[in-house]
Design a protein around this ligand. Structure first.
Ligand SMILES: Cc1cc2nc3c(=O)[nH]c(=O)nc-3n(C[C@H](O)[C@H](O)[C@H](O)COP(=O)(O)OP(=O)(O)OC[C@H]3O[C@@H](n4cnc5c(N)ncnc54)[C@H](O)[C@@H]3O)c2cc1C
Length: 501
């Protein structure tokens, strides 16, 4: 009989505690004391990434300082069959780095050396924990920079950028992470070292570089990245154009690209966003405009002058109600300041905001914005729209109060409806923030069974035991059945052996 003053932990909790002790004992000989955390007060900062609505405590957190330690940790976890969640800076917005309760968080943040910089080949070799902006800062004296510029670039790591194939304002012209990385080195869950890509633009054999890009920590732990550097443009200027109608603004985006112009940046903000940021940055935005477009041109002074003139004409023909062109660098930065601060400005309007990330063909931007206006009424929540218009990558910011569970569920449903509208409008449920845990159900809407099975086939080639970041990005058949998105063909239910929910 158990004495009254002793509380026996439930069996699952006892099993987790036992597994934790076993894992910590196995990892202790590999890592210095300060690089292994397991007490809740130490591991709590790792319970979520930038998507704070989803949280879970891990068994432990390892912070290796060398590639050799990473390999040893993987071996220990492989032998113990403990799943691993790799983590860069934790700025991800889809819960990709959210822990697994019976798994280890493997932080790569301490691997932050810039290994080499070669101005002749215009490349740099960096460890995964190097911050995106730190690369450009390290090569600025050579007149070079690393082009992909996620708005989180001050904090996010290059390892995270590779695993999310991150984009940013300048990716329309200069490409995503995929187009600016030559080679990636990583370690498989089994401990095998793998390399994707090569220093030459073409490499012998199958080119697998694109497979690791955006693989969300599911294939290999990235330990080294060779990035391309490009020359800093001599000049940049930005046009700020106002439109009295959202669809006119959206059509102007399509018209610029149709005119054969690829601006260095092409971003859009709706009226609600402009009003929110103007209070915050005082950039002189047109507060009556239904939407504002920021169109940047960069290059030599002659190239910029010519492109600005061409873009101005297209914007006028598209019905812009006002056009301002930055006259100097300070003014250019001022025009951009609102766009760059849109997320913090949203944070001033409501206790919480939920940032969605879907992509649609540019011609459908206006239609989606109109639909979102209807959804605001349906869910009783406001939404700010700010986005990479040139890429058709939308970032609706749904405002809500996280202290109210019912309001959070409404925000979640609002977000899901936006993603499903993106699919209906020939787009995708993700742009640059990955699938993670956030959009895993929406993957059932976007992809059919055959496609999802082929994704599992790729995963199995790298991680047959499904130990690297499991339960993220690719939904299982069961999950899609539960979500009610199994396709029934000819009245025959696929996989009748599965339990239905
Ligand atoms: C304010 C704000 C603005 C943002 N703006 C943009 C934007 O403009 N464009 C954009 O693309 N994103 C943006 N993001 C999202 C986020 O910053 C990017 O996805 C970024 O690439 C994540 O990098 P991280 O180092 O923080 O990775 P984490 O969040 O730590 O991890 C992201 C994913 O990568 C995996 N991972 C990380 N490191 C490794 C590694 N070394 N090996 C294997 N897997 C790894 C993780 O398991 C996870 O699945 C923004 C985020 C915030 C908070």
């Amino acid at each position: 009989m158990i004495p009254m003053n002793m509380v026996t932990p439930p069996p699952e909790l006892a099993a987790i505690t036992a597994l934790q002790s076993k894992l910590v004992s196995a990892l202790r000989p590999i890592l210095p004391e300060h690089a292994l955390l397991w007490e809740p007060e130490d591991t709590i900062p790792y319970e979520c990434d930038g998507l704070a609505a989803y949280r879970r405590m891990p068994l432990a957190v390892a912070l290796p300082e060398t590639e050799a330690q990473v390999a040893q940790i993987l071996k220990v976890c492989f032998d113990m069959q403990v799943p691993i969640v790799p983590r860069g800076s934790g700025t991800g917005l889809s819960g990709g780095a959210m822990p697994i309760s019976q798994g280890l968080v493997l932080s790569l943040a301490k691997l932050k050396k810039i290994i080499s910089i070669d101005p002749f080949t215009r490349t740099a070799v960096v460890q995964p924990g190097v911050r995106n902006l730190a690369i450009s800062e390290a090569v600025a004296h050579l007149g070079l920079y690393y082009a992909p510029d996620p708005s989180s670039q001050i904090a996010c790591s290059i390892g995270g950028n590779v695993n999310e194939n991150s984009g940013g304002v300048h990716c329309l012209k200069y490409g995503l992470t995929l187009h600016n990385v030559l080679k990636v080195r990583g370690i498989l869950m089994s401990g095998e070292i793998v390399e994707f890509g090569s220093l030459a633009p073409d490499s012998p054999g199958l080119d697998l570089l694109a497979i690791v890009m955006g693989s969300e920590g599911m294939l290999a732990v990235v330990t080294e990245v060779t990035v391309k550097l490009i020359a800093k443009p001599k000049l940049a200027r930005v046009i700020m154009a106002s439109f009295d109608d959202i669809e006119k603004g959206a059509d102007a985006v399509a018209a610029i690209i149709a005119a054969g112009i690829i601006p260095a940046g092409l971003e859009m903000m709706d009226k609600a966003t402009t009003r929110a940021v103007e209070e915050f940055v005082h950039a002189g935005y047109d507060l009556e405009a239904e939407t504002i477009l920021l169109c940047e041109s960069d290059g030599t002074p002659e190239e910029v002058a010519e492109e600005i003139e061409r873009m101005t004409k297209v914007l006028e023909q598209a019905g812009a109600s006002g056009i301002q062109i930055s006259q100097n660098e300070a003014e250019r930065l001022k025009f951009w300041s609102g766009r760059k601060n849109a997320f913090p400005a949203a944070g001033r309007l409501a206790p919480d905001y939920y940032c969605m990330d879907g992509t649609i063909p540019r011609r459908n931007i206006g239609t989606l914005l109109r639909r979102i206006q209807g959804m605001e009424k349906k869910y009783g929540l406001a939404c700010l729209n700010v986005f990479h218009a040139g890429d058709g990558n939308m970032h609706p910011l749904i405002l809500f109060n996280g202290a109210d569970q019912e309001e959070w569920h409404r925000a979640e449903e609002f977000g899901t409806e936006i993603l499903e509208a993106c699919v209906e409008l020939d787009g995708t449920i993700t742009g640059e923030h990955g699938v993670g845990i956030e959009k895993i159900n929406s993957m059932c809407v976007q992809f059919g069974e055959g496609e999802r099975e082929s994704f599992w086939g790729v995963k199995a080639a790298f991680d047959p035991e499904r130990l690297l970041n499991p339960d993220k990005a690719i939904p299982t058949l069961n999950r899609c059945a539960e979500y009610g998105r199994m396709r029934i063909s000819g009245g025959n239910l696929p996989h009748p052996e599965l339990e239905r929910f």
